[in-house]
Write a protein that binds this ligand. Sequence first.
Ligand SMILES: Cc1cc2nc3c(=O)[nH]c(=O)nc-3n(C[C@H](O)[C@H](O)[C@H](O)COP(=O)(O)OP(=O)(O)OC[C@H]3O[C@@H](n4cnc5c(N)ncnc54)[C@H](O)[C@@H]3O)c2cc1C
Length: 427
Amino acid sequence: MTAIHDVDLPTVGLTGFEPPLSEVEAAVHDSLHRFAKDVVRPLGQKLDRMSAAEVIAPGSPFWEFHQTVAQMGFDPTTFAEQGPMAAARIEALLGEEFGWADVGLAISVGAAALPLTVAREVGRQELIEMCTGKIGCWVITQPDRGSDCGILYSNEYHPLSPHGNKGNLTARVTADEIVLNGQSSAWVSNGSIAQVGMLYVAADYGDGYYEDNGRPFGVALLCPLDVPGVSRGKSLEKLGQRALPQGEIYFDNVRVPKRFALALRDEYLANHAFNWSNAGLGMCHAAAGVARAAFEYALAYVHERKQGGVSLHEHQLVLYRLGVMGRKVEMIRAVARRATEYAKLSPHRHPYYTAQAKVTCTEEALTVANEALQLLGGNGLAHDYPMEKLLRDARAMTIEDGENYITTTRFGGLLSRLHQNGWARES
Ligand SMILES: Cc1cc2nc3c(=O)[nH]c(=O)nc-3n(C[C@H](O)[C@H](O)[C@H](O)COP(=O)(O)OP(=O)(O)OC[C@H]3O[C@@H](n4cnc5c(N)ncnc54)[C@H](O)[C@@H]3O)c2cc1C
């Protein structure tokens, strides 16, 4: 009698149960992964142990890293010629690989590229030149303007609050210039080092800061950060993503030409919405990377460690826990990719939708990192193992780019608004 063969194992790659990649995608992915493994991950682990001041001190490897990345040309717009679906997939692979290697560095690279990416989108040569070769940042939160900065509809203000929050950094917009005064929050990614900023601030166009409905007017602009009147706070010491420098930026009567504006009074909110939705996508892919890293470490560990006389992976409960983690990694990736395809392909994207994807991806990444740490037992807590860093890094993601409870609430508000507008009424 001939033996019946086992079912063949499925095709699986670095990014899990991935449909076949095209030749270009596979080549890009391959070189990305090598860079992530050989350069980004070891560097992230090294920077994690340094103080926030040491990370950005002259001679720190952080600087060489940024130079290398800038020369590699991994800007997602480079892949636009592959068509929207392929570009979306390459963007996903890029974000996942960087997140897998070190999420703090992933965010630093993403924030660094933002002003140039936006300058290219608006296609203004002066702005492109101003941002080329510069480390960028995105300045939107301020000491007294946190979750408030993401409000898109005036009915989202608290009923007891007479109007929205103009925060501590404001602009006066005149016929030919924008004058900035105040400060950002300490949480601006790359804030302590950036050379150019993408700013979203409340603005007075000569008739006060507020519309009749209480909403602050705004201006979005690109601002060089080496001009008179700009100064910095210290780099922030924090729990996770320690390779990412963060800190306040102060503006004392900083004057820039009005032509540096990306969006004035009437276009401000739509512009904010568009760029926030891009940021949310980057967070989703980075979360897929963090979750995958944690899962892979745990998977390897349960094949090395013995308890009860056998390798951990021979215990059925451990297989169940691996299965739960593995399906979460697949789910995070799926949610991240769907949000990216939606944002790239649909005529009207929305940041509350991409932000809810960010919530799912980061919440699940945190549970995977937590369970992976648990599977390492006491070793999960030790500095000599990578798990405690991954847990700290993942923890920060649930607050970064919009705190998760608030963004979920805003998504609920959006669903209700859609329903009132006729959506989902057929059942
Ligand atoms: C790693 C990291 C990177 C970041 N990068 C940047 C950056 O590049 N640029 C930038 O400008 N900012 C950045 N931020 C700031 C980030 O966007 C804010 O931390 C976030 O939006 C939350 O704001 P907050 O910290 O002021 O918290 P708050 O808004 O003060 O919230 C505090 C708590 O109150 C709750 N809360 C707030 N409002 C309400 C409400 N209306 N109803 C009920 N509960 C409420 C929240 O759920 C939360 O639990 C970053 C933050 C982190 C952690």
